[in-house]
Ligand binder design. Structure first.
Ligand SMILES: Cc1ncc(COP(=O)(O)O)c(C=O)c1O
Length: 454
């Protein structure tokens, strides 16, 4: 920590110009709401010019240590050379043809070799497309309408079946929203209650396999593997399919993910984000029995229009995924990322303790994605204090949004840099606990993505 010379970033002039124009051109100013201006302090970069490894440079040419890594999609590092070289090669041969590229078979075999519990795969460009496709397939397979997911999990799709159940449900007909039902994560009884309440009506359960707090600050008493095994059995006993969404956990908790880590066999699994190091490549995998419904071989049966998109098989994205898998196969990426995560946790916990802030700043003890909780003097979770912490980290050259996603390009020096910036940030945090964050925060606290009113 002592060796790090901390940058001080105060020039956001081009960012401010960008911010002042972009909302006239793009609703929300970005292409996911979680990248939007309302998610960051006022003193923050508005747009990134480029990234290399674990660092990014903004429109004002300020350098930042990256923490969120493209909403967790960058597992190796920005512009990772082996991935870029492979993508460039494919670009030379053309990216989209009238018939499937020969890479599709190679990709399918390669990905399925990682997920031995599944027989078939469909590709797509976004995670929402594959989670929605899984839901559709489950409805087609079971002939039932309802979809169940944990209501306390943050995100599964931007499609109506999920958004209809959030606070931002404007534009989603109530009839559609009513087809989604929620249970409490890791609470088998609440899932049992749901099956009892809607007998013979639930087509599928979709859930992330684990989240940062699972097995750490969560006191549900379950190990994620045990819960998921029991939940899969329960769903099957009730005639429903089980879908595990590995969008975030895939290539992070393990390689390829939590279903192999816990040896689980869901009917389907959904993959995205880190599997192609930031390139737009996602996948739905599943058992033949279920996936074949989306095929064209069963003569005389009704056709299920599964995923059918112009860009789903773009060759450069497939190449990015194959290069990423090659690197995960050859290099100890998971071990490195978990070591970085462990070192990160040790450093942050030591600094929190040094500042006597254990009751107010917590970092969830999860080495694949440590997440922070920021509280005020009354020990309430406090968006203002959280935004102040973000502001102070960003001022010191760390593009921080309350979580750290270790990638293969993060080094121990990066962790030392984070720690030094975090140490200084907590000095300001301590003062703000007494005087109020308003004395130190420029602008408004960051807002929740899912809120009723703007
Ligand atoms: C668990 C989970 N599932 C699905 C999605 C949707 O992925 P995408 O944003 O690629 O549509 C996300 C996105 O954050 C996610 O976190």
């Amino acid at each position: 920590m002592s060796g790090s010379i901390i940058r001080t970033i105060t020039n956001f002039s081009k960012s401010n110009e960008y911010r002042s124009k972009i909302h006239d051109l793009i609703p929300g100013g970005a292409h996911t709401y979680s990248k939007g201006d309302d998610q960051f302090p006022e003193l923050a970069p508005a747009a990134i010019r480029y990234g290399k490894g674990a660092h990014v440079w903004d429109i004002d040419n300020n350098e930042f240590l990256d923490c969120s890594m493209g909403l967790t999609s960058i597992s190796l590092g920005h512009a990772y050379p082996e991935v870029i070289d492979r993508v460039k090669q494919e670009l030379e041969y053309g990216v989209n043809f009238q018939r499937p590229s020969i890479l599709e078979m190679e990709m399918a075999e390669r990905f399925l070799s990682l997920v031995p519990q599944h027989d078939m795969i469909k590709f797509a460009k976004n995670g929402s497309i594959v989670t929605t496709a899984a839901v559709k397939l489950a409805r087609a397979y079971t002939g039932r309408k309802l979809v169940a997911f944990p209501g306390d999990h943050p995100f599964y799709s931007y499609d109506d079946w999920f958004i209809g159940k959030t606070a931002c449900n404007k534009g989603v007909p109530e009839e559609i929203a009513n087809l989604s039902v929620t249970f409490q994560s890791c609470n088998l009884q609440s899932l049992k209650d749901l099956f009892a309440q809607y007998p013979g009506q639930i087509a599928c359960v979709i859930t992330e396999p684990e989240r940062s707090h699972c097995g750490h600050s969560c006191n549900c008493g379950y190990n994620p593997g045990t819960f998921l095994r029991d939940a899969i059995e329960l769903a099957h006993q009730n005639g429903a399919l089980f879908i595990i969404d590995e969008m975030i956990t895939g290539f992070k908790t393990d390689f390829p993910g939590s279903i192999t880590k816990y040896n689980l066999k869901p009917d389907m699994a959904t993959w995205g984000k880190g599997i192609a190091n930031g390139f737009s490549f996602c996948a739905l995998t599943g058992t033949k029995e279920v996936m074949e419904l989306g095929g064209i071989r069963n003569k005389g049966e009704e056709k299920v229009f599964l995923i059918s998109t112009t860009h789903g098989g773009e060759t450069h994205a497939l190449a990015a995924c194959m290069a990423t898998i090659d690197i995960f196969d050859k290099k100890p990426v998971i071990e490195h990322n978990h070591t970085i995560g462990n070192r990160f946790l040790e450093s942050c916990n030591r600094i929190i303790k040094q500042h006597g802030l254990e009751q107010f700043v917590q970092v969830i003890n999860c080495n694949w994605m440590p997440v922070f909780i920021f509280r005020n003097k009354k020990k309430e979770i406090c968006p203002g204090m959280r935004t102040l912490a973000l502001q102070e980290m960003i001022r010191r050259g760390v593009l921080f949004q309350g979580a750290f996603v270790p990638c293969y390009s993060h080094s121990l020096d990066d962790i030392s840099y984070f720690a030094a910036a975090f140490n200084e940030t907590l000095s300001t945090y301590s003062k703000a606990m007494d005087q109020g964050y308003e004395h130190y925060l420029k602008g408004e606290p960051a807002k929740a993505v899912f809120r009723k009113l703007l």
